[in-house]
Each structure stands twice: as C-alpha cells, then as structure tokens.
Design a binder for this molecule. Sequence first.
Ligand SMILES: Cc1ncc(COP(=O)(O)O)c(C=O)c1O
Length: 403
Amino acid sequence: MAHVKVTERVHTIEYAIRDVIVYAKALAKTGRKIYYLNIGDPVAFDFDTPEHIKQALFEAVKSGANAYSASEGLPELRQAICEKEKRLNSVDISAEDVIVTSGISEGIQMVMAALVGAGDEVLLPGPTYPPYISYTRFFGGKPVPYRTVEEEGWQPDINDLRSKISKETRAIVVINPNNPCGALYEEKTLRQILDIAAEYGVPVVSDEIYDQLVFEKKFVSMASLAQDVPVIGLNGFSKAYLMTGWRLGYIYFHSPRGALKELKECVEKEARIRLCANTPVQKAGIAALKGPQDHIREMISKLRARRDYAWKRLNEIKGVSCAKPEAAFYIFPKIHGVGSKWKTDFEFVLDLLKETGVLFVHGSGFCPVYGVSHVRGVFLPPIGVLEEAFNLVEGFMEKKARL
Ligand SMILES: Cc1ncc(COP(=O)(O)O)c(C=O)c1O
C-alpha cells in the first residue's frame, strides 16, 4: 500500500518532557539505573493519592456513577470548584463559568483551539510549559515568548512583554506558579500584565495548576485581580490532589461584561463533541475539594526540604547555578558549559544521561530563546535519591572540567 500521508500540523508537535524518555528507556534496557528527574508526577514518587479520594472513586463506581456526565461536568463538582476558587484564591465565578476537563491538558487544547487561528500570535512566558507552544503551532498560530528573568527569580520582564504585543496577539499566557522555573509571580507583576492586557484588549490565559504548592510567599490568582480584563483560568487535580493518572482539570471564565461569552459557548461546543470527563473521577474530585486537606501541608513540607537540598547541592556543583524555586517541584539550573563543552543543552542532557543515568529535560524544549543552556529537573524524589543523582552530576561535571 502507498505511504499514508499525514498533515503538516501534526509534525509540529513536540513534548520535550516525554520525548527524552525514549533515550532513557533505551539505556535502561542495557541494565543501567535511571534517575528520572524529568517528569513532574509526584505520584510516581513517594506521594500517594489521599485515602478518602481513593475511597470516593471506589464508592462512585460501586454506587453506579458510571454513565456519561453532562459535557460541562457534574453540577456538584462545578459548584465545589467555584467554592474552592473563592475560598483559596478569592476568584468570583459561578458554576456556569466552569467546564470540567480530562486534565488541564485537554483544557489547554480546547482553549487554544477556540482562540488561535492561522497567523495569530500568542504571548507565552519564556520558558513555558511546552503544550502551549505546540498547540499554538498546531492551530496555525505563532508562539511569541516574552522574557522571564533568571536573576530576578524568573519573574516576567514587563517591558519585553509589552514590546511583543502586536495586532495579531490573541492572548497572553501566564503560568503561575511556573513550570519549568518554579517561580511565583509577584502581585505587582500580575497587575502590570493585566494593565497591558487591558490597554491592548487581549485576554489572559492563566494556568494555576500549582496554586496550592507554594513555599514561603502567598499565591495570588490572576482572576482575583482582574476587573475589566477577561481571564481564562486553568486548574486541576493532578498535582495538589495527587490525581495525575486520573486526568481531571477545569477551565473557568472570568468574563467582565460578557467579553468571553462567545469563547465560552465555543469551548462548550468542544466539550460536547468529546462527551465528558470521566464521571467517577469527577465524583472523586468533589471529595478531593470538600474532604480533608491535610495532605497538602504535608506535601509542601516534604517538598520544601527537597527544594532546599536540591537548590543548595546544585549550586555547589562547579559549572551549574540556579535560582531558588518558590513553588511547585521544578528547578531550572543553568549549565555554564553549554556553547563550549556541549553544543546545546540537549547534547548536555544526552551526555549526562549516557554517563550517569541521570535524566533531566533540555531547557530549549521549554523555550528555544530563553530556555537554552538550562535543564529542568524535579525535586520530587526523597533526599537520599536526590543525593545519589547529584553526586553523579557532580562527578560528571568534574570529569568534563578536566577534559
Ligand atoms: C503548567 C502545567 N499545566 C498543565 C499541566 C498538565 O496538567 P494535567 O495533568 O491537569 O493535564 C502541567 C503538568 O505538568 C503543568 O505543569
């Protein structure tokens, strides 16, 4: 049979975080121990879904909540999401403003499908979470990264953002707390972004999946500050409720003067053609939001100790430096030898993997402009495992410095 042709757009898809696993798996087959510091899944480490959430899923299935749900999600879950957003983030929305999705990932796809067309531009933090780049391209648009500044803990450079707005700009994406940098944006910065959005009449897409995983400073939600600016919020259950594999997230529309009415109707249509999110998991989502929240405090305290260790150890390694993450579980160190000892950050990642079994993700996978010469690691494993991995990184860097 003749070769089956595929679309141009499908070739634009890249997801660095999982793409590097192919190399690690090949190495693992030879018997090598791999330190998977590439993927942001706490449940793959020593963090487990809380018992009452597991129980709620079990009960949902047993009691027959196994049919399709409404496409926008179970009304009780949408209501619980509003209450959570109000209680924790001071966001005022009603249940009708919420659409439940199969993880934020599906939400990103739906929102970008409705916002981005051929030739449209989307302002993305540089570095960013890669699906924002891929979906912008997939729908024919152009991702435009705005600079975030390493020396300022990866806060957005407002002047750079302003200089990149054009008449083609369809949205400003903000990821706060940030993946891959672990930055927590200051309220002042968020207000400046809103001012620019208001001035140019563009909406803000605010991904807040790490809202509850902050270490010292307080998280401020974009929609709680926005008055006239429309904000499309994205959030979910994967990280704070340790439900990564269950796939549950949500989109909400903060829509002053009905500015997002049409967008919301279109996203609702998209929700209908994919029927609904997993019904029993939605039931468990209600239990997650309404039940005990103690696991979050425990998680933060474990993560804080691991963050402190990772940050100190990595900065002690010659040829490596990094800003201190203030949230989430990512660290984004700079590798000084990229450009001299290694041509690219990707080459560094593969060399390190081959020699030590430690797997990071190349920074250019998060932004070809502002991510280069960096790698992203997670500090999710216990300190003993991090210690083994960082000892290997240190040995590797010392050996390379001698060559
Ligand atoms: C910023 C950000 N948004 C969205 C996601 C995907 O979340 P979900 O599991 O809800 O699809 C991730 C996962 O790492 C993320 O870091």
